[in-house]
Design a protein around this ligand. Structure first.
Ligand code: UDP
Length: 462
């Protein structure tokens, strides 16, 4: 693999078109990563912090290790946050003031995008032209910011949607609010403007094309990864001792933000049915629910507790707060089965992490989960929303746990953040080369990295 340092000049294009020779691709030296609504410094598993945060942390760190500096722009949500934080060597988190620090919900953020964008543009303006080579936006709000930054800086916009409103609205959980029309429109605009769209799975790429009219040639499938150093198999007995679970327990685990979309209630229903089929298990069954509420799920913990009472399973259910990675790994190792019953899931990092720790998964056959879980090999996928089917799948996994645990470890080992970053860097380089070629085709002695404002817009649309 080439690295940013392998390239001799950022001013050459990936193709020496005069000679018709291909040369080493020009790689970015600095990426502006936009994560408007949630900071990579937050603990995932609560509020708006989840898989996207983990994604930004893991990818940024690895880009920097390859010599590609990353500036992550995120909205400041507390007056305690310093404006600039070095998250890891080469990765700078910039807290942008845009609207009040606290008390602003995700749906109120569109009104703050002008303030946010202005701050991003001002940061770049303090440097020489060509400071950033690529803008990578995460979630549609960031895509709106990236769209303008791309036009102003003349660098490609690479966009990761993470979730899509049309897909989410098609699989709404009971009690979940539909995503607003403003988001749908905003996503459509970003899809039309982005130079590259990054999808987690082929299924998400298809959704981008079918529901949003994305150009398939600009849509990349880049699977996310899992940190195999943190999420690795280990002694179940020791893990249980560390988190206070008895040796002979049968442990069913849910990990994630507590919201209707993630359907932790399905696990409670399924556990009640497992117990109905095997009452003797009650003395040993433990259902662990790890995570805190998020978005429209603020009332969820209370609803779950009430449900546990109604189902008569309060004695076997434990609710635990969000856990940092090392402790989370112990929860995965301690579990017999991890259950991911989401109504929709663009990928499902939790499923992958559980498998990397050697724990098979029972998951809904939706979104990216059929990619994250190898059905029948590393766990079981459940079609539909019948708790009876979940209970059946849990029971079958418990019966074949050792075999599926081995399959789980093998399946997870095929994913790695380094591979994710390889593909992203290739995508960045291809988008940069394309933009440079566009400038060349327009027969202007203007390098893509130097394009500004109206020039960029004219060349890009021409
Ligand atoms: N997570 C965590 N601690 C918790 C719960 C979750 O660190 O207590 C992390 C988890 O490791 C995973 C992410 O949050 O990487 C959730 O990602 P996933 O793709 O499963 O769901 P999302 O939050 O993106 O909907």
């Amino acid at each position: 693999k080439t690295t940013a340092r392998d390239t001799t000049s950022r001013d050459s294009t990936s193709r020496d078109s005069a000679a018709g020779n291909t040369t080493a691709p020009v790689l970015p030296r600095r990426v502006a990563t936009l994560s408007v609504h949630t900071s990579p410094l937050e603990q995932p598993g609560a509020g708006d912090a989840g898989g996207m945060n983990v994604y930004v942390v893991e990818v940024s760190r690895r880009l920097a290790e390859r010599g590609i500096a990353v500036d992550v722009f995120t909205r400041a949500t507390s007056s305690d946050q310093p404006p600039v934080v070095e998250m890891s060597p080469g990765v700078t988190v910039r807290h942008v003031s845009a609207g009040p620090f606290e008390g602003l919900g995700k749906n109120e953020l569109p009104a703050q995008m002008c303030a946010f964008t202005a701050a991003v543009l001002r940061e770049e303006a303090q440097h020489d032209p060509g400071h950033f080579d690529v803008v990578h936006s995460h979630y549609w709000l960031s895509g709106q910011v990236g769209w303008l930054a791309r036009d102003r800086w003349g660098v490609p916009l690479v966009h990761s949607a993470h979730t899509l409103a049309k897909v989410k609205n098609a699989a709404l959980a009971e009690g979940d609010e539909p995503e607003p029309r403003a988001r749908v429109i905003g996503e459509e605009q970003v899809v039309a403007e982005a130079d590259r769209l990054v999808a987690n799975t082929a299924e998400e790429a298809r959704e981008l094309v079918d529901f949003y009219g994305a150009d398939p040639r600009r849509t990349l499938v880049v699977p996310p990864g899992v940190d195999l150093r943190t999420f690795r198999p280990g002694s179940r007995r020791s893990a249980r001792a560390r988190i206070g679970v008895p040796d002979d327990a049968v442990v069913l685990l849910f990990v994630g933000r507590i919201q209707p979309l993630k359907a932790p209630d399905m696990l409670l229903h399924a556990a009640a049915r497992v117990l109905a089929g095997d009452p003797a298990l009650r003395a040993r069954l433990q259902v662990l629910v790890v995570g805190a509420p998020s978005g429209s799920g603020l009332a969820e913990p209370r609803r779950l507790q009430e449900l546990a009472v109604r189902l008569g399973v309060t004695d076997v259910v434990r609710f635990l707060p969000p856990q940092p990675p090392a402790q989370l790994a112990d929860h995965y190792r301690a579990a017999d089965v991890a259950v991911v019953p989401s109504h929709n899931e663009s990928f499902g990092l939790v499923a992958l992490e559980a498998q990397a720790c050697g724990t098979p998964v029972v998951a809904a056959r939706v979104g990216g989960l059929p990619t994250a879980v190898d059905d029948g090999v590393s766990g079981l996928l459940v079609t539909g929303r019948d708790p009876e089917d979940y209970a059946g799948a849990i029971t079958r996994v418990l019966e074949r746990r050792e075999l599926l645990a081995a399959g789980a470890r093998r399946h997870a080992a095929a994913f790695s953040w380094d591979r994710t970053v390889d593909s992203l860097v290739d995508g960045y380089a291809a988008a940069m080369a394309e933009m440079a070629e566009m400038a060349e085709r327009a027969r202007r002695p203007v390098r893509a990295a130097r394009l500004r404002g109206a020039d960029a817009v004219r060349l890009l649309s021409g």
